[in-house]
Design a protein around this ligand. Structure first.
Ligand SMILES: NC(=O)c1ccc[n+]([C@@H]2O[C@H](COP(=O)([O-])OP(=O)(O)OC[C@H]3O[C@@H](n4cnc5c(N)ncnc54)[C@H](OP(=O)(O)O)[C@@H]3O)[C@@H](O)[C@H]2O)c1
Length: 546
């Protein structure tokens, strides 16, 4: 059996992405469960006017999940413990050598046993250069750094690199040369290095032409353009049109190979960089959708809200018509199980007993299907106080005019029904606005009261229309996962890994998705967690229902 405490006591670790949702829980688990670890190096980028070190101590150690752990560990081991055991390095995975200077890299050489790369840009459709920076260039730099430091690499990817897929996604599919539309192993159409070169050239062209347009100088050289681009990069406000072109490029490249968004496309490129690296000992961990904590640091902890949260908010908001397949499992894993699995895999990799790939899903042993889940969330929405508020906020007449269903039944909508329903809704809202405007004019001419309350209804209707379009745009990003495809991620390797660690470690870093009571999890962890930790204001203000 691998003794994780012993392995971490023997090997220093280097972590990226500690400021993130997963990174914080990963760090908390290490501190709480294995405080005897040799040393931890953490890469943090300086941002928002804060130095890396200050960011780490305020944003990470001062965050709600970490505060109780830090207090406990400080009480037990003294106030200097964390400063002695953790070194914060200022850097950025998007920079060569992670932005570390040569002396820092030299000091780290031979010290680090394993790099855990949790840094990534988890946005579905960002400008492609931003996605490349964290998920592609970042991985190249992490690989070079790990090799230079003589370290092994645990890389956090995502199960959804599989792209457009229906059914069981196995862990045995080769990583290199993969693209979702691949027609068997003999299909060698996709070469990640060529794709990366090609897209980088297009990104440069887009930046160059945008800069030429803005400077009014058609003769700007490529080098000048690049220097200018560096100075006017995303953080300093890339122009809207430039950003749009870069978003479109990412969407287009992803779709042309069969990935459902830029995020999963770039994450797959990152995996392929690792798989192609020579003399690198690595393990790739692919979580499914990471959601609120089951047990650690406390039930319901969640941050960020990029994954299933918008769907939950829509359900709580009383959405009745759902473009989802009822029999599709939602592949969710609590963040603390993911953190446990990553530490487990890191120890096994250091002990030379790991597999190359670990998928972290739940549906192959304990699925929760969208039909019952949506009904459960809808039931919750009826019990919510802000929902009652919503009923009064949207006048009955307005709801009638827009054809909003008045009963509480949830309906499931097919892909074919979706577009006409959306068009119908927008038409009804338009018609209702016309009727209200005409009625207001009549009341005004007849000098009758009521024009001001009708004006209020018109505003509500306009808001309703805008919210419906916004909601549709948000929903569209999720359609591949809830309507178009049905994913089940084989997670056999992590179960096998769990059998390789000691009895005591199994209690410290549990992997037991088969034991999750989904109803309890969704009501008492996920919904409560979202309401408490993610923009409670958003949830409260999201009052207009369709
Ligand atoms: N959330 C999910 O459902 C999910 C599912 C599957 C896989 N994953 C993977 O899990 C990892 C962590 O995700 P998360 O949910 O914790 O995301 P998150 O909350 O957005 O955290 C991402 C972290 O990556 C860091 N980062 C991004 N670009 C960086 C760069 N260029 N240099 C240095 N650090 C950089 C961020 O640093 P800053 O604080 O400086 O921005 C942040 O600490 C990602 O690799 C993601 O692809 C997530």
């Amino acid at each position: 059996m691998t003794d994780i405490a012993e392995v971490f006591h023997q090997n220093e670790l280097f972590l990226t992405g500690a400021n993130g949702f997963l990174g914080k829980v990963l760090l908390g688990t290490l501190l709480d469960r294995y405080p005897g670890f040799a040393h931890l190096h953490i890469l943090v980028r300086p941002r928002r006017g804060l130095l890396a070190c200050d960011r780490f101590f305020s944003e990470v150690l001062g965050s709600p999940p970490l505060v109780p752990i830090v207090e406990k560990i400080t009480a037990q081991r003294g106030k200097d413990f964390l400063r002695e055991k953790i070194t914060v390095w200022s850097g950025d995975v998007g920079e060569p050598n992670l932005g570390l200077d040569a002396s820092a890299a030299e000091r780290l050489r031979g010290r680090v046993g394993a790099v855990i790369n949790s840094a990534g840009l988890v946005e579905f459709f960002p400008p492609v250069d931003a996605s490349f920076r964290s998920n592609v260039d970042g991985v190249e730099h992490v690989v070079a750094f790990a090799k230079g430091a003589g370290a092994k690499l645990v890389h956090v990817s995502t199960c959804y690199v599989c792209g457009t897929r229906d059914g069981l996604v196995e862990e045995t599919e080769p990583i290199l040369g993969f693209y979702p539309r691949r027609k068997g192993l003999e299909d060698t159409s996709f070469n990640h290095a060529e794709e990366i070169r090609y897209v980088r050239a297009l990104i440069r062209q887009i930046h160059d032409s945008s800069l030429r347009l803005r400077s009014g100088s058609p003769t700007l050289t490529g080098a000048e353009a690049r220097t200018g681009v560096a100075a006017s990069g995303a953080e300093n406000g890339t122009s809207r049109e430039l950003a749009e072109r870069l978003v479109t490029l990412g969407k287009h490249r992803a779709a042309s190979w069969g990935w459902v968004n830029t995020y999963t496309y770039t994450k797959s490129l990152g995996e392929q960089i690792i798989a192609a690296a020579e003399s690198l000992d690595y393990a790739i961990v692919r979580p499914a959708i990471v959601e609120s904590a089951l047990r650690f640091p406390f039930p319901g902890w969640i941050e960020g809200g990029r994954t299933a949260t918008p769907l939950v908010l829509m359900a709580l908001d009383g959405m009745k018509e759902w473009p989802v397949r009822e029999d599709t499992p939602l592949e969710v894993v609590p963040v603390d199980l993911v953190a446990s699995a990553i530490l487990m895999v890191t120890a096994l990799l250091l002990d030379s007993r790991s597999e190359r790939l670990y998928q972290l899903g739940s549906a192959d042993v304990n699925p929760i299907h969208l039909g019952p889940l949506v009904s459960l969330l809808s039931e919750q929405s009826r019990k919510r106080e802000y929902n009652n508020h919503a009923r009064t906020a949207v006048p009955y007449v307005v709801r009638k005019l827009t054809g909003a269903p008045s009963d509480s039944r949830v309906r499931f909508v097919t892909a074919e029904e979706l577009r006409p329903r959306r068009e119908r809704l927008q038409k009804r809202i338009g018609r209702a606005e016309d009727i209200l405007a005409a009625t207001r004019r009549m009341l005004a001419v007849a000098r009758l009261p009521g024009t001001s309350s009708l004006a209020g209804w018109s505003t509500t209707l306009r808001t309703l229309g805008l919210q419906a379009s916004f909601r549709d745009q948000t929903l569209d990003q999720y359609l591949p996962f809830v309507l178009h495809y049905r994913y089940i991620f084989e997670s056999e390797n992590i179960r096998a890994a769990f059998a390789l660690i000691s009895e005591n470690d199994r209690k410290l870093v549990p992997w037991d998705p088969e034991r999750i009571e989904w109803k309890d999890y969704w009501v008492n962890h996920q919904v409560r967690g979202i309401q408490k930790w993610i923009q409670p204001e958003t949830a409260r203000n999201w009052t207009v229902r369709v």
